[in-house]
Design a protein around this ligand. Structure first.
Ligand SMILES: [Zn+2]
Length: 418
């Protein structure tokens, strides 16, 4: 019986109020961030001999072999005191030297008090009954964050699934899309772990995720037959997203034209507000879709096979002449894949990313032509079907092969095991 150690992370925001009242918290998190960046960069530079190597997570995982430990320890001893990080951080970083380089954060030891267990004196202490999370032993006076009801419910669900709190990270969100890196909200990430038995798949759930606003096609295949197809689409959410997008574009244009600084700031403020609403909306859509897929896969003990665009195509789409709206939908697809993978692994379901073509004929392999109404036709053998169904027919054709396939190796499964 194959058992896997699996992880899920709960990110808890540190409220702005606390950050304002306690500048030493922001200062600490910033120092940790800088120390870890310096450590990770120096380590990877020493290993590869390159200045700023661009590495994938898999490559980093491969490079951090046990024999690098001594080098890592030396770098930590230099980098951490430079940023005023004391013994506790140095000890943790050395113990989890791979994780620290991989996650770019120092894993802190943590305890979850469910009832009235004794306080073991760890840096992060989460009281489930009191609903308070405390951070201490970090060289600054302790600080506390109140857990939201949703956080407590989430933790209880994980406990029921047999997970326990493994460790915690203290971090700062790095905002993308600006020339200079800017930093956003502070957070505490709680890492929960459990052992899960790998499911021997008895079915396949094929998922085609080409466009979030067209919905996600899902097909259930059992014994090589397509048993059920379902389009997951929340039309209200798509309408709302379109409306939000139009308003944001309008505000952005207005702000660009506005000469009065105060009025321009107000317009920008309003646009920012709507952008975070759009972000939450997309996240909500993704969450619902992934929930449906996981539910079906668990019911049928199915392997999840996701059609993915090749990275090349994905990059072209992102960099190409796409409107902002489509870019966000595309980012949503990235989120969807990551979330699906995380949850599939959490429940022991095999997860595969495979090309399931929508424009290649599943009968003869010829390139198909698109007719009206998203109908695809093969000019060679005459096969024709709706474009959305073609990937599912490919999944059916490859059913037995997909069922046998081992899930792709992923770096994150080998980490956080010490
Ligand atoms: Zn054909």
């Amino acid at each position: 019986m194959h058992m896997n150690q699996v992880y899920r992370v709960l990110k808890i925001k540190i409220p702005w109020r606390l950050v304002e009242e306690r500048p030493d918290v922001l200062d600490l998190v910033t120092r940790m961030h800088l120390a870890v960046e310096e450590y990770a960069k120096t380590l990877l530079k020493e290993i590869t001999g390159q200045g700023e190597p661009k590495l994938t997570t898999e490559e980093i995982d491969r490079l951090l072999t046990p024999d690098r430990r001594e080098l890592a320890v030396k770098i930590i001893d230099v980098a951490f005191p430079k940023y005023g990080l004391g013994r506790y951080f140095v000890k943790q970083a050395k113990m989890f030297w791979r994780e620290t380089a991989f996650w770019r954060a120092v894993p802190l030891d943590a305890q979850l008090r469910i009832e009235n267990e004794r306080d073991a004196g760890r840096a992060v202490f989460v009281g489930l009954k009191s609903g308070v999370l405390r951070v201490r032993k970090t060289g600054i006076p302790p600080f506390a964050v109140e857990l939201k009801k949703g956080n407590v419910a989430w933790i209880r669900e994980r406990l029921q699934e047999g997970a326990r709190l493994k460790l915690a990270f203290l971090g700062i969100e790095r905002l993308k899309g600006k020339k200079e890196p800017t930093y956003g909200k502070l957070y505490i990430a709680l890492v929960f772990a459990r052992k899960v038995q790998q499911v021997e798949p008895k079915a396949v759930v094929a998922v085609d995720v080409n466009r979030l606003d067209h919905g996600v096609m899902m097909g259930l295949l059992v014994d090589g037959k397509l048993r059920q197809t379902l389009r997951l689409l929340d039309e209200d959410a798509v309408r709302e997203l379109r409306r939000l997008h139009e308003e944001i574009s309008r505000l952005d244009e207005q702000a660009a034209r506005e000469a009065d600084p105060a009025r321009r700031r107000r317009l920008e403020e309003r646009a920012r507000h709507l952008k975070s609403r759009r972000f939450r909306k997309i996240r909500g859509v993704v969450k619902d879709i992934v929930g449906e897929i996981i539910k079906l896969a668990r019911e049928h003990q199915a392997a999840i096979v996701v059609d993915t665009m090749e990275d090349e195509t994905y990059r072209e789409l992102k960099e190409g002449n796409w409107s902002g709206e489509k870019k966000h939908l595309l980012d949503g697809l990235g989120q969807l894949r990551r979330r699906l993978q995380t949850l599939a692994r959490w429940y022991g379901l095999p997860y595969l990313e495979e090309r399931l073509y929508s424009t290649v004929c599943p009968r003869c392999g010829a390139k198909m032509e698109e007719l009206n109404n998203r109908r695809m036709q093969c000019p060679v053998c005459g096969f024709n079907d709706n474009r959305d169904n073609v990937p599912l027919i490919w999944a059916k054709k490859r059913y037995w092969e997909l069922l046998q396939k081992q899930p792709a190796f992923s770096a994150t499964t080998t980490l956080l095991t010490s």
